[in-house]
Design a protein around this ligand. Structure first.
Ligand SMILES: [Zn+2]
Length: 385
């Protein structure tokens, strides 16, 4: 089974086409500031008979990933459970908070750590409202690479404690989420620094693809008509879209599922652009929301997210904090203790914002992820019933 050689891969600016070697450690285009995509990679989803004989981790799809399994870095991430949703027939929830660091971001972080070590970098930098930072810190620790994580000063104490426990240097930045990203970008520009960015590095998106591969495998070789996904920086939307494209290109599914992406009403630049038919995110001033993990006012890959959702015939919706709080409480009463952000998709489903009547072959109408554990999050300010 041929695995892709790292030397064949490169990064290409999505805006101007300029190319970069992986070892140049570029994280955005020097020329035009555009985001970088992966080039030179032809993913292949392995045959069903091969996948089934492999260990239940995301590395069972090795040939569809741009780097080999790092045997001493992997923490067994992937192949999380799929469970029925409370009180809504035809909807399944993927329990992605049962990952080594407690969130779905481990899918991308393990690929970044594997790449960082292959490149032999002396240090990694990450920035995050929480989950991406903790995931990168966990795998940096596993890989033995010093890691610096920039977080907003308001990040939850649980997440900061987790970062410190992994041995990361935590930089708490006052101001907005964008101020944190700016401070991290400055640090990332220091020579020899690997910016392990869930937003900018395309390897992260390649890891997020495995969310869709697992659904496809868990449903016996198909996908539901609708994938409900949270969207802030869009790592899961873009990763899921790439994964669906891989499956479609190989004839393993016959059509793309609709991606229904969910934003918080107080910070919804993508939902607004979608409504207005605009190609890029709307200029907004974000308001505080309980769904802090998707409160991104200026998503760097916003145009790519909008194009992906439109290509699937999907839509971008918003939910209010009251809806998120109520959904969060309802999930917990059903035994699913997630962080408030992770309840956003469920909030849209239980509020009836998504049509779940279409169930081809008796399979599920829609699947949503439960992205992050409740154990490291601030409890909601007011717990709605
Ligand atoms: Zn460029």
């Amino acid at each position: 089974m041929e695995i892709t050689a790292l030397e064949k891969l490169s990064l290409t600016c999505a805006a101007c086409g300029r190319g970069y070697g992986l070892d140049e450690l570029a994280w955005r285009c020097d020329g035009c500031g555009g985001v970088l995509d992966l080039a030179g990679f032809a993913p292949v989803v392995p045959p069903w008979s091969v996948i089934g004989q492999r260990r239940p981790t995301l590395w069972r799809y090795a040939e569809a990933l741009p780097i080999d399994e790092p045997a001493d870095i992997t923490l067994g991430e992937g192949m999380t459970p799929l469970v029925t949703a409370p009180d809504l027939h035809g909807v399944l929830l993927k329990v992605d908070y049962l990952m080594p660091s407690g969130s779905f971001k481990d899918r991308g972080a393990v690929l970044l750590a594997a790449l960082a070590r292959r490149l032999g970098v002396p240090r990694m930098v990450a920035d995050s409202s929480g989950n991406a930072g903790t995931a990168v810190a966990a795998y940096a620790a596993r890989a033995g690479i010093p890691c610096e994580v920039y977080v907003p000063a308001a990040a939850s104490a649980g997440k900061v404690a987790q970062l410190r426990a992994y041995g990361a240097t935590v930089r708490q930045i006052p101001g907005s989420r964008e101020d944190t990203a700016g401070a991290a970008a400055e640090a990332a520009d220091r020579p020899g620094t690997f910016y392990a960015s869930h937003v900018y590095h395309p390897f992260f998106l390649q890891g997020m693809k495995t969310y869709v591969f697992e659904l496809w495998e868990q449903l016996g070789g198909r996908l539901p008509p609708i994938l409900v996904l949270p969207v802030g920086n869009g790592t899961l939307v873009l990763g899921a879209y790439l994964g669906c494209r891989d499956l479609l290109d190989q004839g393993l599914i016959t059509r793309l599922p609709q991606i229904v992406a969910v934003q918080a009403a107080g910070c919804a630049p993508l939902a607004q652009a979608f409504r207005d038919g605009q190609p890029g995110p709307a200029e907004i001033i974000g308001e505080p929301t309980v769904a802090e993990g998707i409160a991104i006012a200026r998503p760097a890959r916003g145009a790519q997210i909008l194009a992906a959702v439109r290509d699937t015939g999907g839509v971008i919706l918003t939910v209010t904090d009251d809806q998120v709080n109520a959904a969060h409480a309802a999930l917990a009463r059903a035994g699913l203790y997630v962080e408030p952000t992770a309840a956003a998709c469920w909030a849209a489903l239980r509020a009836g914002l998504i049509d779940t009547s279409l169930r081809p072959d008796g399979g599920p109408a829609a699947i949503a992820p439960l992205c992050g554990s409740g154990l490291k999050a601030k409890p909601p300010a007011s717990s709605a019933d």
